[in-house]
Structures are given as structure tokens and as C-alpha cells.
Design a protein. Structure first.
Length: 584
């Protein structure tokens, strides 16, 4: 009896110690304890196997978890659940689903712990069809309305982009938790349905739901994508109150928010305050530096990653290549392109597009053509688009027309590339081909995206199109532009109408370019915002060359800081100069 009591006490002590080591992620001590368990002959006890599987799972060693599972003679639903969860949580979704299938074949019954791991794996793989099969099984086994299983189904459908199925599941749940609410909010945010995502978030708060860092991260991304700075700041404050401001998931979203809204100082502040940074946060800060022309800082960050042992991924290299491209650093870009292989990353189509973009912007168009010819995969639309952009910047209309001819042979291409083709032909004076490219768009029912610019004033966003007269301050806006135009001309500004790629006369070209959307938005800011406040303008298209020149004069004549975000990067205009150094 005494021996039995001693054994139970020892067994409990080992379990407690193993749980403690799992919590502290202490791998060396955990390995020593595992060796002691094997020597003591205790590894056959199912509960100890379960704890060991979890320990290796939390130590990010899922294959060790599966090894423990294979060595376990008595496989209970708990051990099945542990190993499937370990594989799903550590990004081995195919293996997790294979173990799920084996469990079913061996007569095991999934429970409220196993179903969520299976649906998570389906979401990672973007296999909604497999997820539907798991959903059917949950219905058959009576788990459909379990809050954990139902929430995981909502999350799976949302992440697979099946928002209608996700919403149907969500609305039919008798009880909802943070996972179901967060899944729906993420789903709407992912599809760009920002208003519905924000509405659900407000509803969740109204119902006193305990939201988590994933919820906050999704909503902050909505604010960043819609450049809703004031609302984003309020949610940042809410994160601070609920202690989620130290989460690296929230942190990466906040870095993106401040960066996309033109407040790079805020992005640096968030990045520096968060003690433990994940890879997503490093990448978010890298792309922020690249877009704001803080090129040296981007390179410093890359070095810091190496110093702290953070391994870069394919996105990291895209960020540094982007920084090189928009600073004209050809040799540096080639260095990072080759460095990828040293990190075990084979360059993909996106990396080749970045390299072509780098060479094209630097005027090394024939080198860019050589890279395309040597690519190990078929050139993508992004690659051709990058080369056409380089041709446009450097006025090589002949090569642009040749590339356009080559792309035209591909058949179905995106509307964006059709616009580039049309512009390339128009710049070369080949009006018939330009018209044909435009006609293809019309035949497909696709209209060229309208150029829009917007500014945020308090909780309201004011949007402008070229020649827009719908704003309540229209009269003052146009008057301001006239006054500023006279000052700009005295300072040496001359309109460059070569950016109007249409067959119209000189006066009409002057009118077409004078009232571009960004100029109207800037004029609104000049008459609305106090002198010390920077004017932040967001655009959905690239800023044209003449507007870029004009805004430099606007900043010089008005004495204001003007920050413009186009679809490529940020331009900070101050005292007649731009942060991009006229290289964009």
C-alpha cells in the first residue's frame, strides 16, 4: 500500500513538473525528464504520453509528438486529440488530417477538441471541400451545435473565403464565443467588406464579448486598409486598456495601420514598444520602411533580425527587394536576391518581378529582359507589368510596344495589364493598338479604375475624383487651386501635359491635369486643416509625373507638409522636395 502511494505521488510529481516545463518552454530540462520517464518505464501511461505530446507541441517539435504517439501502446481519445492538435498547431495540416483519418478508421470518435484541429487544418490548406466533409461528420455525430466545434467551422469557412456559409453557420449557433466572432470579422475583412467587419466588431463589444488579440488584429487591419486613422487610434487605445497592445499579432497590424495612414513615426513607436516580436511584425516594419523611403532603416532591420535569430522568409526578401527597387540600389538588390538561396528560399515569380522592377526603374531594361528570358518559370503578369513600368519611366516606347505585342499574344490578361498595354501603345503613338486594348476591356465589361484621392477629417472621409465638384467646399477648393497655381507659376512650375495619353489639344490637356483628384484633396486640406497639421492624401492609383512636380511646388509655396500615398509607396513633400528623391 505504501509502495502504491509512493508510485502515485511520484507519478503526480512528474505530471506537474512536465506541465510546468511545457508552460515555460524549457526544452533541455524537458528532454532530461523524458529520459527519466523512459528509464522509469512510465512512458506507457496514456496521460503521461498526452503530456509529453503537448510538451513537444509547445516546443514546436510536432514530429517528436507523433513519435511519442506511435510509441504509446494504449491510444485513447485524449492521445489522438493531442497529436492531431500538435500537428495542426505547428503548420503540418496534411499530417493532422491523415491522423484524423486514421483515428476514424481505427474506430475512434472525434470530440469537441479533435474537430477544431481538423477544421483548422482545412483552413490552412484552403480546402473547403474537405472542411465540408468534416462538417457533415460533426452533424452526424451531434457536434454541430457545440460552441467549440461550431466556432471552428465558422472560422474555417471564413478563412476559405466562403463567407455565406460562414455567416449561415454563425447565425445558426445557439451560443457564440470569441472564435466565432473573430472568424466572421476576419472573413469580412479578408474580402474587403470593411463596413460589415466593423459593424460586427461594434456588436461584439456591445454584447460585452471578451475579444482577443486575433479580433483586434483583424479590425485594425480593416482600419489600415481603409486608412481610417482616427478609428484605428481609438482601437489602439482599447488594446492598451485590455493589455493586448503587447501582442505581436496586434503589433504587426498596428505597424501596418500607422504606416498605411502615413504616420511612420507611430509605426516605429509600436514596433519599439513590443518586447517579443514575431516574423509578421518584422516584415510589417520592413515594408513600412520601404514604402516610406526609409531605405537604410530597412537594411538595419534586416541585420537586426539576423542578430536576434529571427529567420527571414520569402516575404522578408520581397520587402528588402522592394526597398532596393524604390531607391535604385541595383547591386544591393542583386545581393539580397542571391542571399535568399543561402537561407534555403528558392526565388519565386514575385521575387523575379521585384528584380525586373528594380532593373527597369534603374534604366537597365536589357538586363531586365535577360532576367525574364532566364527565369525558371513562365513570366507572370507582374513580371511583364514591371518591365512595362520601366519602359514608361525611361521613355523606351519601342521596347514597351514590343513587350505589349508579346503580352497581347497571351490572350486573357488582367484589366490592369490591359491599361498598361494601352498606355504603352499610346506613348508610342500607336493609337489603333491603344484603342484595341481599351476595346478589349470594354468587351469584357471592365472599366478602367477611376482615379480617386481621399482625406480624413475627424470621423469623416472626403473623396475626390478628377474634376470633382461634389464637395460642399468646392468653390473654396477651386479658388485655392487658382491662387496656388499663380504662386506656383511664379516659383517656376510649368505643367507637363505629356502625361495625358489622349489625342486632345493643349488647352484641354492643361485642364485635364490641373484638377487631378490629389490636387483637389490637397486644396481641401489647405483650407480645412490647421497649419501645423500635415495633409495626408491617399490615392488608389499611381501619382502622375506632373502632379508629383506640382505637389513639390505646392509644399514650397504653402509651407505645408503634404504626405501622399499612391498605390505603390508614400511621398512626403516638404519645402519643395519629396522623400522619394523623384525616384518612384
Amino acid at each position: 500500500m505504501l509502495h502504491q502511494h509512493s508510485f502515485e505521488q511520484k507519478y503526480r510529481n512528474i505530471c506537474d513538473l512536465l506541465l510546468s516545463l511545457t508552460h515555460s518552454r524549457s526544452l533541455p530540462k524537458g528532454l532530461q525528464l523524458h529520459a527519466h520517464i523512459v528509464k522509469s518505464g512510465l512512458q506507457t501511461i496514456p496521460l503521461l504520453s498526452h503530456h509529453l505530446i503537448n510538451f513537444y507541441s509547445k516546443s514546436q517539435l510536432p514530429l517528436c509528438s507523433s513519435q511519442i504517439f506511435h510509441e504509446t501502446t494504449q491510444k485513447t481519445s485524449t492521445t489522438w486529440s493531442s497529436v492531431i492538435s500538435s500537428l495542426a498547431q505547428n503548420e503540418l495540416p496534411l499530417l493532422a488530417l491523415e491522423f484524423f483519418r486514421r483515428m476514424l478508421r481505427d474506430g475512434g470518435r472525434p470530440d469537441d477538441h479533435i474537430y477544431p484541429s481538423a477544421t483548422k487544418s482545412c483552413a490552412i490548406l484552403d480546402r473547403c471541400d474537405v472542411g465540408q466533409s468534416v462538417h457533415c461528420l460533426a452533424v452526424k455525430t451531434g457536434f454541430e451545435f457545440d460552441v467549440f466545434v461550431g466556432s471552428s467551422m465558422v472560422d474555417m469557412y471564413a478563412k476559405c473565403g466562403e463567407i455565406i456559409d460562414a455567416r449561415r453557420m454563425f447565425d445558426g449557433m445557439p451560443e457564440k464565443n470569441v472564435v466565432s466572432w473573430s472568424g466572421m470579422i476576419y472573413g469580412y475583412a479578408q474580402l474587403g467588406e470593411d463596413e460589415e467587419a466593423l459593424r460586427l466588431f461594434k456588436q461584439a463589444l456591445a454584447e460585452s464579448l471578451e475579444v482577443n488579440d486575433f479580433t483586434f488584429s483583424s479590425v485594425i487591419r480593416v482600419c489600415g486598409n481603409s486608412t481610417l486613422l482616427e478609428l484605428g487610434k481609438q482601437i489602439h487605445g482599447l488594446c492598451f486598456k485590455t493589455s493586448f497592445d503587447s501582442s505581436s499579432f496586434v503589433g504587426s497590424s498596428l505597424v501596418s495601420l500607422y504606416s498605411k495612414c502615413g504616420v511612420i513615426e507611430g509605426a516605429y513607436g509600436v514596433f519599439n514598444e513590443i518586447p517579443v516580436k514575431n516574423l509578421g511584425m518584422w516584415n510589417a516594419m520592413l515594408i513600412a520602411c520601404a514604402q516610406h523611403a526609409h531605405t537604410d532603416k530597412a537594411f538595419d532591420l534586416f541585420k537586426q533580425m539576423e542578430y536576434v535569430g529571427m529567420k527571414p522568409n520569402f516575404i522578408t526578401f520581397l520587402c528588402v527587394l522592394y526597398a532596393c527597387s524604390h531607391a535604385g540600389l541595383v547591386d544591393r538588390g542583386k545581393y539580397y536576391f542571391e542571399l535568399m538561396r543561402e537561407h534555403g528560399i528558392e526565388p519565386g515569380a514575385q521575387h523575379y518581378a521585384s528584380l525586373v522592377d528594380l532593373l527597369g526603374r534603374a534604366g537597365k531594361l536589357q538586363d531586365a529582359v535577360s532576367i525574364i528570358e532566364q527565369m525558371p518559370m513562365k513570366p507572370t503578369e507582374s513580371v511583364w507589368g514591371a518591365l512595362l513600368t520601366g519602359c514608361r519611366i525611361h521613355g523606351d516606347t519601342e521596347l514597351a510596344a514590343l513587350v505589349a505585342d508579346k503580352v497581347s499574344e497571351l490572350g486573357n490578361v488582367s484589366s490592369g495589364l490591359h491599361v498598361l498595354l494601352s498606355n504603352a501603345y499610346a506613348a508610342a503613338g500607336r493609337w489603333e493598338e491603344a484603342a484595341k486594348a481599351r476595346k478589349t476591356l470594354r468587351d469584357q465589361g471592365v472599366k478602367k479604375e477611376t482615379g480617386l484621392s481621399w482625406v480624413e477629417d475627424g470621423n469623416k472621409v472626403h473623396t475626390f475624383a478628377s474634376g470633382d465638384r461634389s464637395n460642399m467646399k468646392t468653390k473654396e477648393i477651386y479658388q485655392k487651386l487658382e491662387e496656388l497655381g499663380e504662386e506656383m507659376e511664379k516659383a517656376g512650375y510649368v505643367a507637363d501635359t505629356s502625361f495625358v495619353l489622349r489625342k486632345v489639344d493643349g488647352d484641354e490637356k492643361n485642364q485635364a491635369i490641373r484638377y487631378h483628384s490629389e490636387r483637389l484633396a490637397i486644396a481641401f486640406g489647405l483650407i480645412t486643416f490647421p497649419p501645423e497639421r500635415p495633409i495626408r492624401v491617399m490615392k488608389n492609383l499611381r501619382v502622375c509625373g506632373d502632379c508629383h512636380t506640382a505637389i513639390k511646388f505646392m509644399s514650397k509655396c504653402s509651407g505645408r507638409v503634404i504626405i501622399v500615398r499612391d498605390n505603390n509607396r508614400f511621398h512626403r513633400f516638404e519645402a519643395g522636395k519629396c522623400s522619394c528623391g523623384d525616384y518612384w
